[in-house]
Ligand binder design. Structure first.
Ligand code: COA
Length: 146
């Protein structure tokens, strides 16, 4: 498996994974917008030249990195692809000056919560009605040690 920067021609496959993975997938226009604003904030994972996952992470103010999305195509889950994407993105954000990484996860998404916990993210607080359907988000954070 290798992790590399996203290229515009990867968009169709990323959208497929997005639709397989989320009930409220990001539209193409938003993904394109994020890529235009943050070209190095979008990475994909591939196995034998097939795109199997992607991640988007950006820098916010005050040394906070923010992972906006990470998803792995269902048949390729539980093989370390998500972890590789996160480790690569966390490393990139740290080199850009992040001292912490923040993510929001649906309260019902216990798989993602276990995934982030395994990567040493800790639950910080609950944000009621964060999602458009009214579901709460759990805000989780990883802090780099000095
Ligand atoms: C969350 C997601 C990205 C994880 O990707 P993945 O490639 O399957 O994860 P990994 O194989 O790297 O798993 C790393 C660790 O996370 C934990 N984990 C991953 N999937 C898990 C599951 N289904 N149940 C419990 N723990 C899980 C495990 O501790 C795992 O380590 P292990 O396999 O050695 O036990 C993937 O399930 C996914 O795309 N889900 C749908 C989209 C989503 O919810 N994204 C997050 C939104 S905030």
């Amino acid at each position: 498996m290798r992790v590399r920067d996203f290229k515009p021609e990867d968009m169709e496959r990323v959208l497929e994974i997005e639709h397989e993975s989320f009930k409220d997938p990001y539209p193409r226009s938003l993904l394109e917008h994020i890529h235009n604003l943050h070209p190095d904030g979008f990475m994909i994972a591939e196995i034998n030249d097939e795109i199997v996952g992607y991640i988007i992470g950006v820098m916010r103010w005050g040394g906070t990195g923010h992972v906006l999305a990470v998803a792995v195509s269902p048949p390729y889950r539980r093989r370390g692809v998500g972890k590789s994407l996160m480790v690569n993105m966390m490393d990139r954000l740290q080199r850009k000056g992040a001292s912490r990484i923040r993510i929001e996860v649906r309260a019902s998404n216990t798989v993602a919560q276990s995934f982030y916990q395994k990567l040493n993210f800790r639950q910080r607080r609950i944000v009621p009605s964060y999602y458009s359907d009214g579901e709460a988000a759990i805000l989780m954070q990883y802090t780099f040690s000095d």
